[in-house]
Design a protein around this ligand. Structure first.
Ligand code: MCN
Ligand code: SMO
Length: 783
C-alpha cells in the first residue's frame, strides 16, 4: 500500500485549509459578547508586592490576585527526594519573581481598551535584589527567590562514576567551560486562549492553542476546582508549539476562571513582546567538563557539572527539573565509554520559568559533548571526524546500554557520520583549506552526532519524578455508514502533520482510500485521553494506537465481508482499496451499508460487535526508541567582522520507518533552522536587575532565509524492534545538532588563530572579541 500508506509522500491533509488562509486559530474565533483581556505584568524581576490597586469604578473589569482566592496555584511536584516545589500563582501573590509575571487581568471590548485599563492599575512593589546569574544563585548567601527555601536550588542530582582512577591513569585530559544562551521559542502563532460557558452542555469550554489538550483539562480542573466532566478543552489550529504549549499557563487559568465565574466569553492572545519578555524560556546551560581519553582520542570518561538557570517557578506537569534531568542523562550522547560522573543543578533565577523546547536540554548537551570531542581531537592532533567515528557506538553493539542506562535500540551511528561527510564533501573542504581564500575569510568544517530518546513511556517519566505523565496514547477508528473512516485521537497536530500521517497508518492497515479518511484531534469531548504531542512521541504512540485500532476494525470488517461473500474470515484480503475474496469484491461502502442499514442481513453476533474501536498503545519497552542523526556544517568566518556564513549544511537522520518521508524532511529542515538560530543568533539576555534586554525581534534575532544554505538531507531507515512498524520519532531532532556542528566548524576555521568559541549563540561580537583577545595575548607573549 505504498502509494498512500506508510512510506508514501502524500500531500498533507492540513495544507488545503492553511494554504487558502482558512485555518482557524484562537485569534480567528468570533463570538457574540466576546471580551478581550490584557494583563498588567510586573516590571520588576524580584520584589515584595505592597499593593495592586484598581482605579475607582473598575472592580468588575480588573481582576487581581485577591479576586482569584479560590484558584489553586500551578503546582508541579516531583517524587525525587530533595526536590523543592514552587507555588506558581496565576496572578502573583506576595512577591513577583520575574519581569512579566501577571499581576492583574483587565477586561474590555477590545484589546486596545484592555491595554489602557492595564496601564491604569497602580502597582506598588518593594524591589529586592534580583538573582540572575545561575552560578552566583547557587551560592549559600544569594538572595532567596522562594523565602521558605534554604537556597535557590530546585534540585541537585549526581551520578557517581569512578573518575578518580582516570585522573591518575588517562593520558589525555581536556577541560572546558561551555555556555548556551537563554532562548524563547517563537512559534509563528503565540499562545492564545478563549473560554466561554456552554449552557446546553453545562460546561466550561476552553479553546486553547496547546499541544496537550487533555492534560490542560486535568490541570484546569485541579487549579479551578471544577470537575473534569464540566470542562471541555478544544485545541483549534495551532501555529506551532515547539514545547512552549505543552504546559498549563497562568493566562489559561485566568481566562478559564473569567468564563466560569462570569459565564461570558473571554480571550487573551499573546503578543510578540509578551512572548519575548514574559513567555517561558529554555536552554540557558553552563557546563564545566573534563574529558579523559587515550593517546588516540578514545574517550575513557567524562566528569561534568551542569547548571541550568530554570527561572522562578516549576511549570505543570514537567517541573523545573526536566531540563537538567535530560542534560545529565543525555550528555554522554552517542558515544561508547564507561565512566561518567555528573552533577546537575536546577537553579531558580528571577526569569520566566522553563518549558521544554524542541530537543529539550539536548541542543545544549550535544553542543557540549561535540565541542569536547573536537577539543580531544585537537589535543591528540587528529581529524575530529576520525576521532568521532571511532568513539561512536557501533551497529554491532546494538542494542546498547550506555553509561547512564539508556537503551539504544537500533541503528548505525558511524554510517550516518560517513554519509553526512560525503554530502558536504569533507575531503574537498580539507583540500580547500590548504590555500587561503581570496576574500580573506577562513573556512572550517564541523560535525555533530546525537541520539534522541523518543516515545519513552510511563516508567521513564516516573524516574524523572513526573508520574503525572502517562506514557501511552489512544485512538478511535470508526467506519461510517457510507464506507468512510474517521480517526479520533486526543493528541494534537501543531504543524507536524499528524492528520496526514495517522491517516497513512490507517490506510496501511485497512487498504482504504486516503481521501476517505478524516482525522479529528484533541477535542476532549470527542477524543480519548492522551498525553499529548511532545517528546517526539506522536508518530510512534498515536500511530501505534491507530494501527492497533485499525487492525481490530479490520478483523470486524473481515467478519462482515466473510458473511456477505460466504467465505471464511481468513480468506478476506484488503486489496486495491476494496475487500476481496477469490474473484469477488466489496467496497467499504458495502460493508458500512450492510452493518448500519441492513443489519437484518447479518448474524446477531456481527450486529452487536460495533464499527467503532478504541485502542491504547505503547511500545514494547518504556525506555523509548532512539532516533539519531549526524549533521555537518561548512562555514566561512570573516576574521575582520566575526560574521559567519554557512556555506554548506547536511543532515542524515534515522527515524526508523518514515511514515511520510516528505513530512520527515520538513521536520528535519524546520528543526535544523531552529538549531541554526540556537547556534548563531538567538539569545534572550537579562541585565543584572533582571530586565529582559531583547523585547522585540530586532534585539532577538531569528534566522532568516538569507542566513541559510540549501540544506542537504540523507536518511538511514533502521526499524526499531520495539515499536509498531519500526517507527521512531523525529520531531525534535533537527534542532539538536546544529550548534555542535556549526561551532565546531567555526573553531576549525579559527584553529590557526588559536581561537576557540565556547559559548552560543556564536554572534559576530563574541567571535570578534575572541579573535581580538587571542591576538592581544599572542602580542603580549611575543613582546
Ligand atoms: N513522522 C513520520 N515518520 C516517522 C516519524 C515522524 O512521518 N518515522 C512525522 C509525523 O507526521 C509526526 C512528525 O513527523 O507527527 C513528527 O514526529 P514525532 O517525532 O512523532 O513528533 P510529534 O508528532 O510528537 O510532534 C511533536 C514534536 C516536538 S516534541 C516538537 S518540539 C516539534 C516537532 O514535533 N514542534 C513542532 N515538530 C514541529 N513541527 C512543527 N511544524 N511545529 C511544531 O511546533
Ligand atoms: S519540546 Mo517538544 O514539545 O518535546
Amino acid at each position: 500500500m505504498l502509494d498512500q500508506g506508510i512510506g508514501a509522500r502524500v500531500l498533507r491533509k492540513e495544507d488545503d485549509r492553511h494554504l487558502h488562509g482558512r485555518g482557524q486559530f484562537v485569534g480567528d474565533l468570533a463570538m457574540k459578547g466576546l471580551k478581550e483581556v490584557a494583563f498588567r505584568r510586573s516590571s520588576l524581576a524580584h520584589g515584595r508586592i505592597r499593593a495592586v490597586t484598581k482605579p475607582a469604578g473598575t472592580d468588575s473589569v480588573i481582576i487581581t490576585a485577591d479576586d482569584l482566592k479560590n484558584v489553586n496555584p500551578i503546582f508541579a511536584d516531583s517524587s525525587i527526594p530533595g526536590f523543592k516545589a514552587s507555588n506558581y500563582p496565576a496572578l502573583a501573590t506576595g512577591k513577583v519573581r520575574f519581569v512579566g509575571e501577571c499581576l492583574a487581568a483587565c477586561i474590555a471590548d477590545s484589546r486596545a481598551e484592555a491595554e489602557d485599563l492595564a496601564e491604569s492599575v497602580e502597582v506598588d512593589i518593594e524591589e529586592l535584589p534580583a538573582v540572575i546569574d545561575s552560578l552566583k544563585a547557587r551560592a549559600p548567601d544569594a538572595p532567596l527567590i522562594h523565602d521558605d527555601w534554604a537556597d535557590n536550588l530546585f534540585l541537585t542530582t549526581s551520578v557517581q562514576g569512578d573518575i578518580d582512577s582516570l585522573v591518575k591513569t588517562a593520558p589525555i585530559k581536556v577541560t572546558r567551560e561551555l555556555r548556551t544562551g537563554r532562548q524563547c521559542m517563537h512559534p509563528m502563532e503565540g499562545k492564545g486562549v478563549l473560554a466561554y460557558w456552554d449552557f446546553q452542555a453545562d460546561q466550561l469550554v476552553v479553546y486553547t492553542s496547546t499541544q496537550v489538550p487533555h492534560m490542560i483539562r486535568t490541570g484546569l480542573s485541579e487549579t479551578l476546582g471544577l470537575e473534569q466532566r464540566k470542562i471541555r478543552v478544544i485545541p483549534p489550529d495551532v501555529g506551532g508549539g515547539f514545547g512552549y504549549k505543552c504546559v498549563l499557563q497562568p493566562e489559561e487559568i485566568v481566562i478559564a476562571w473569567l468564563a466560569m465565574t462570569t459565564k461570558r466569553p473571554h480571550r487573551w492572545i499573546e503578543d510578540r513582546r509578551e512572548h519575548l519578555t514574559a513567555g517561558a524560556n529554555s536552554r540557558e546551560h553552563h557546563y564545566q567538563i573534563t574529558a579523559y581519553a587515550d593517546e588516540k582520542g578514545r574517550l575513557l570518561g567524562l566528569d561534568a557539572e551542569i547548571t541550568v538557570s530554570v527561572g522562578a517557578y516549576s511549570v505543570w506537569p514537567f517541573t523545573a527539573c526536566l531540563e537538567a534531568a535530560q542534560a545529565g542523562g543525555n550528555l554522554p550522547g552517542p558515544y561508547d565509554f564507561q565512566v561518567y560522573r555528573c552533577k546537575t543543578f536546577s537553579v531558580a533565577t528571577n526569569k520566566p520559568p522553563f518549558t521544554p523546547y524542541r530537543g529539550v536540554a539536548r541542543p545544549g548537551v550535544c553542543f557540549a559533548i561535540e565541542l569536547m570531542m573536537d577539543a580531544i581531537a585537537r589535543e591528540v592532533g587528529r581529524d575530529p571526524m576520525d576521532v568521532r567515528a571511532e568513539n561512536l557506538v557501533k551497529s554491532t553493539q546494538m542494542p546498547y546500554n550506555n553509561v547512564t542506562g539508556k537503551h539504544y535500540d537500533s541503528g548505525d551511528y558511524p554510517a550516518s557520520l560517513k554519509q553526512v561527510a560525503g554530502l558536504i564533501d569533507a575531503p574537498g573542504i580539507r583540500a580547500r583549506q590548504k590555500a587561503p581564500e581570496a576574500d580573506g575569510r577562513l573556512i572550517g568544517v564541523g560535525f555533530s552526532t546525537f541520539t534522541e530518546q523518543s516515545a519513552h513511556g510511563t516508567k521513564v517519566f516516573a524516574s524523572w519524578g513526573i508520574p503525572v505523565v502517562p506514557g501511552y496514547e489512544q485512538a478511535t477508528v470508526r467506519l461510517t455508514p457510507d464506507g468512510g473512516l474517521e480517526i479520533r485521537a486526543g493528541i494534537h497536530t501543531i504543524g507536524q502533520g499528524l492528520e496526514t500521517t495517522l491517516s497513512q497508518v490507517a490506510v496501511h492497515e485497512l487498504g482504504i482510500d486516503y481521501d476517505q479518511v478524516r482525522v479529528t484531534l484533541g477535542d476532549t469531548a470527542s477524543t480519548p485521553y492522551s498525553t499529548g504531542a511532545y517528546a517526539s512521541r506522536g508518530m510512534v504512540m498515536a500511530g501505534g494506537a491507530v494501527s492497533r485500532a485499525s487492525q481490530e476494525l479490520a478483523r470486524r470488517i473481515r467478519r462482515i465481508a466473510a458473511h456477505l461473500l460466504q467465505c471464511k474470515d481468513e480468506d478476506i484480503r484488503f486489496e486495491g482499496r476494496e475487500i476481496r475474496a477469490g474473484g469477488a469484491s466489496l467496497s467499504f461502502a458495502d460493508i458500512g451499508r450492510a452493518w448500519y442499514l441492513r443489519p437484518e442481513q447479518l448474524p446477531e453476533d456481527v450486529n452487536t460487535m460495533g464499527m467503532e474501536v478504541t485502542e491504547g498503545y505503547k511500545p514494547q519497552v518504556d525506555t523509548g526508541v532512539f532516533t539519531y542523526a549526524s549533521h555537518a556544517a561548512v562555514v566561512a568566518v570573516d576574521p575582520e567582522t566575526g560574521i559567519v556564513e554557512i556555506l554548506d549544511y547536511a543532515a542524515v537522520d534515522d527515524c526508523g520507518r518514515m511514515v511520510n518521508p516528505m513530512i520527515v524532511e520538513g521536520q528535519v529542515l524546520g528543526g535544523t533552522v531552529q538549531g541554526v538560530g540556537t547556534a548563531l543568533f538567538e539569545e534572550s539576555p537579562y541585565d543584572q536587575s533582571g530586565q529582559p534586554l531583547a523585547s522585540t525581534l530586532q534585539d532577538y534575532t531569528l534566522p532568516g532565509a538569507s542566513d541559510l544554505p540549501w540544506i542537504k538531507l540523507g536518511h538511514i531507515e533502521t526499524l526499531s524492534p520495539y515499536s509498531a512498524h519500526g517507527i521512531k520519532g523525529v520531531g525534535e531532532g533537527g534542532a539538536i545538532a546544529p550548534p555542535g556542528a556549526i561551532v565546531n566548524a567555526i573553531n576549525d576555521a579559527l584553529k590557526a588563530r588559536g581561537v576557540e568559541i565556547t559559548q552560543i549563540p556564536a554572534t559576530p561580537e563574541r567571535i570578534l572579541s575572541a579573535i581580538l583577545a587571542a591576538e592581544s595575548q599572542q602580542k603580549g607573549a611575543a613582546s
